[in-house]
Design a protein around this ligand. Structure first.
Ligand code: APR
Length: 317
């Protein structure tokens, strides 16, 4: 169990994440932060009061400042605006970069030893902003996307094969969004390659649905984007860290030559433990998968470059 976890952003993703972390007793204290006055305080109090019913002793505290977050072991950044219908992840780039920049700078000052788990979108570019502003090593700044994308992929595969989701193993790499790379060659049902169960057209349909998984939900919700599965994905990653489980999970990690890529955040299999990203695991890829990963890296690099060139708007907001 960790001492203190801070969740920045008390919106749909942040508040649900705080609730899951408290229910799993992953820290003695969860601090929920938002620029809004009253919302984090009210939601945190409500979540804390569920403790006696659900049987958890984690203290949940809401605040609109950073003093209470001081000395956090782990900070989850969900602050930002959510994607609206017709809004691409790229549309979010400038606004959310300004928000993540501001949050990261407060985190650096108050929790210099924290592990930072970024959730705000566009994910890979926001990770880069958080890493640059905090100056933390790559082991301590990474993002949640692959666990969610993989969960969506596994859901649809299990449904098509008509087996338990628990028996479907899969890996989705690359950037979060249109350029994600589901690795069909590593997708199995209890070790049996998925192609033994599904024809290629079905698999490709599922790949497309996974790629558009976020947009499919935005279309229904109209106001706001997914948060139940995203918060579950964050909780799984936090559990791997808090309990030092050494789980192999896809994370958005800063690459320094792995997969032939450098100076870019990209979804790759990582070993997650108390040290954060303790190792990046390189798996052999087919030519198509490698090319798709390269395209994904180029797209993320484009966003990072765009932000570096962006005028003060993105830096000061
Ligand atoms: N500091 C702290 N909180 C902030 C800041 C800031 N500088 N700017 C905005 N927020 C808060 C908002 O006040 C809001 O409560 O972030 C919260 C975002 O909540 P929602 O609008 O409900 O968005 P949510 O669905 O939680 O998504 C948040 O996660 O999955 C991603 O794409 C999603 O980037 C989005 C983020």
């Amino acid at each position: 169990m960790l001492s203190k976890i801070t969740v920045v952003g008390a919106g749909h993703v942040g508040a649900t994440t705080a609730q899951r972390l408290a229910e799993m007793e992953l820290a003695r204290e969860i601090v929920l932060v938002d620029i809004l006055e009253g919302i984090p305080q009210g939601k945190a109090l409500d979540e804390w009061e569920a403790g006696p019913i659900l049987g958890f002793d984690t203290r949940v505290l809401g605040t609109s400042g950073y003093e209470e977050t001081r000395g956090s072991d782990l900070v989850v950044i969900t602050a930002g605006v959510a994607r609206k219908p017709g809004m691409s992840r790229e549309d979010l780039l400038t606004t959310n970069a300004g928000i993540v920049r501001q949050v990261a700078s407060r985190v650096k000052g108050t929790s210099p030893d924290a592990i930072v788990l970024v959730v705000s979108n566009p994910l890979d570019a926001m990770c880069e902003v958080a890493k640059r502003v905090t100056g933390f090593p790559r082991e301590r700044v990474f993002g949640m996307a692959g666990v969610l994308d993989t969960a969506r992929f596994r859901t649809f595969i299990a449904d098509a094969v008509c087996v338990s989701v628990e028996d479907v193993q899969a890996l989705v790499l690359g950037g979060h969004g249109d350029t994600m790379v589901p690795l069909v060659s590593y997708t199995t049902v209890s070790g049996v390659p998925v192609r033994e169960f599904l024809d290629d057209a079905t698999v490709q349909r599922i790949v497309r649905r996974t790629r558009d998984g976020g947009a499919e939900i935005v279309k229904y919700l109209k106001e706001g984007s997914a948060y139940y599965a995203p918060s579950a994905a964050v909780a799984q990653m936090v559990e791997a860290i808090a309990r030092d489980k050494k789980r192999l999970l896809p994370c958005a990690a800063w690459l320094e030559g792995e997969y032939g890529q450098r100076d870019v955040y990209l979804g790759v299999p990582c070993k997650l433990g108390r040290g954060g990203v303790e190792a990046i695991v390189e798996v052999p890829l087919t030519g198509d998968e490698r090319r798709a990963l390269e395209r994904s890296a180029d797209a993320v690099r484009g966003q990072i470059e765009f932000l570096r060139r962006a005028p003060a708007q993105a830096r000061s907001s």
